[in-house]
Ligand binder design. Structure first.
Ligand code: URA
Length: 196
């Protein structure tokens, strides 16, 4: 089975089986969007209001900003895959709890296993904290890390501020754009290592 079919089947199955307590209040699951063959996987925090209504991640203001940054590095949404650490909207967009994150993690890990991205870009501190615990985002944004994930093997992560946090904050916005522009170089380095 190709990656897209496997991912679609996984998302359908997990939408029925995920036992995250946020599910009760949410309109629907927001599994992810984009290309299962992508080299880059973006992981945000949790769906917001628009995402909850439409079942697609990053379609509000933060998503628009993300698409603008993608175009700066000559990419479109169709070239990447994007999802969240939590697949259901927390009420009033509050932070997801550790229990809600844990309940959604098997889904995320299975997505990573199918996509096998060359690089995982974490958006915001929740996604960063899961993969690269104990760091301060203000100190490590714009940096790449290698980590070996249980059951997934070695993986490169690249840390970014969340587009929603940077949207209306001039200096954070400029920092995020500068960090974003580093992605092609990091990816090129990973590609050249893999071809050796
Ligand atoms: N913010 C997120 O982290 N994810 C979305 O899907 C939308 C906004």
């Amino acid at each position: 089975m190709d990656k897209q079919k496997s991912l679609d089947a996984l998302n359908e199955k997990m939408s029925l089986e995920c036992d995250c307590s946020l599910r009760i209040q949410a309109t629907q699951a927001v599994p992810g969007d984009g290309n299962a063959e992508a080299e880059i996987l973006f992981i945000g925090e949790a769906p917001g209001k628009n995402e909850d209504l439409q079942g697609i991640p990053f379609i509000g203001a933060a998503g628009k900003f993300l698409s603008e940054m993608l175009s700066v590095i000559r990419l479109k949404r169709e070239n990447i895959y994007i999802t969240n650490i939590v697949k259901y909207r927390p009420p009033d967009n509050r932070d997801p709890s550790p229990e809600e994150i844990s309940a959604c993690l098997p889904w995320l890990h299975k997505q990573i296993k199918i996509i096998r991205p060359k690089i995982i870009v974490t958006l915001g501190r929740h996604a960063m904290e899961h993969f690269i615990p104990g760091k301060k985002i203000s100190l490590v944004h714009g940096q790449a890390f290698r980590r070996t994930l249980p059951g997934l093997g070695p993986q490169v992560f690249f840390v970014l501020y969340h587009p929603a946090a940077a949207l209306y904050n001039g200096s954070l916005r400029a920092t995020l754009i500068e960090d974003f522009k580093k992605i092609p170089k990091v990816l090129e380095k990973i590609r050249s290592e893999k071809s050796k």
